[in-house]
Design a protein around this ligand. Structure first.
Ligand SMILES: NC(=O)c1ccc[n+]([C@@H]2O[C@H](COP(=O)([O-])OP(=O)(O)OC[C@H]3O[C@@H](n4cnc5c(N)ncnc54)[C@H](OP(=O)(O)O)[C@@H]3O)[C@@H](O)[C@H]2O)c1
Length: 316
């Protein structure tokens, strides 16, 4: 296994492993405790330090599983996140109002069996809550030592700019990071939308679905295997299997073959090689995927400008 590298989270001093691991769909849901534990520990042993979670994942069960595994490891070696937005059915179990942001943090700390969250994300923008209320709630949690850095996920550049301006104006903690989807098929939001904030505000990016839910591995070349994510989470099929995509993934094979890597590694290395990406959050349903994906570290230096151009041409 190649030696892990670490990158700063945007303009902060916090270091995240170039590849990290998240618990969406897999841990506490698709996979049992034994497999979840093996995947998480395989990632940790390979140098992964960032473990991404959310109150919404498997209705909180993902955080229970991750907490049970990580509780035996040295806390200072770990960067643990949660996200707030979808917490339940009640009127105040959702969104980014002060009450839910605070209660969701307390509940995540219990499930994850930890005293503080390193990173706490607003999982989506909340049109029902003034942004200032959310910034103040996050600021308070940071002052209380329950959260170290706060951020957003899938916020627009305009919403983030408002949060930065309000934090400046009232001397509150600004957001440190945004969590956008970013992969070979989904690029504009990061490359066009967030670029200015990454440059000017030092916004960090912890990117999700780098393999487009597995599509970029080539596993859907000949249909949908029943033991795959799209075989098991059917509503994802129409979001992922858009027209022409399988053919483009097939065409990437000649590039990965020439580099002596898999298509999964090519797609992961492509994402991780960008200066504007702080960490690539991988997902894995089995240990062999963790090993294959983390070996993409060796592929990053192979992606010369010529190879990147060839990838662009293949996807155009
Ligand atoms: N902020 C947000 O709104 C948001 C949204 C989504 C995800 N996330 C975060 O980002 C993390 C990663 O997202 P993701 O799980 O969608 O990542 P992904 O890398 O796009 O997809 C991961 C899935 O692809 C398959 N896979 C992975 N490596 C493979 C390999 N080498 N060969 C074959 N199949 C492979 C596995 O599914 P199967 O084996 O079951 O097919 C795995 O669970 C999540 O866990 C979560 O923490 C955040």
């Amino acid at each position: 296994m190649p030696e892990m590298t670490y990158k700063r989270l945007g303009g902060s001093g916090l270091k995240l492993s170039t590849f990290s691991i998240g618990s969406w769909v897999t841990f506490g849901g698709q996979q049992d405790m034994d497999t979840s534990k093996k995947c998480l520990l395989a990632a940790f042993e390979a140098g992964v330090n960032f473990f991404d979670n959310a109150e919404a994942y498997a209705g909180g069960q993902a955080e229970v599983v991750v907490g049970e595994v990580l509780k035996d490891l040295k806390r200072s070696d770990l960067v643990i996140s949660s996200k707030v937005f979808w917490g339940g059915e009640g009127p105040n179990d959702v969104g980014l109002n002060r009450k839910h942001v605070t209660e969701a943090c307390h509940a995540a700390l219990k499930r994850l069996q930890t005293d503080y969250l390193d990173l706490y994300f607003c999982h989506r923008p909340d049109p029902d809550t003034p942004i200032l209320e959310t910034v103040r709630a996050m600021h308070t949690l940071i002052q209380q030592g329950k959260v170290l850095y706060w951020g957003t996920s899938e916020w627009t550049p305009e919403q983030l700019t408002t949060a930065f301006e309000l934090a400046d104006k009232y001397n509150l903690e600004p957001p440190t990071m945004e969590q956008p989807q970013y992969n070979l098929f989904h690029r504009d939001n990061v490359e066009k939308g967030l670029a200015k904030l990454v440059q000017e505000r030092g916004l960090g990016t912890t990117i999700w679905s780098p393999l487009s839910s597995g599509l970029l591995t080539g596993k859907y070349d000949e249909g949908i295997p029943t033991d795959s994510r799209l075989g098991q989470v059917e509503w994802l099929q129409e979001l992922v299997l858009l027209e022409g995509r399988v053919e483009k993934v097939k065409a990437l094979k000649s590039i990965s073959d020439d580099l002596g890597c898999t298509r999964a590694q090519l797609a992961l290395a492509w994402a991780a090689g960008h200066a504007h990406v702080s960490t690539v959050i991988t997902g894995a349903s089995r240990v062999s995927q963790v090993h294959e994906n983390l070996a993409a570290l060796d592929v990053i230096p192979k992606l010369t400008p010529e190879i990147r151009t060839a990838i662009e041409a293949t996807l155009a």
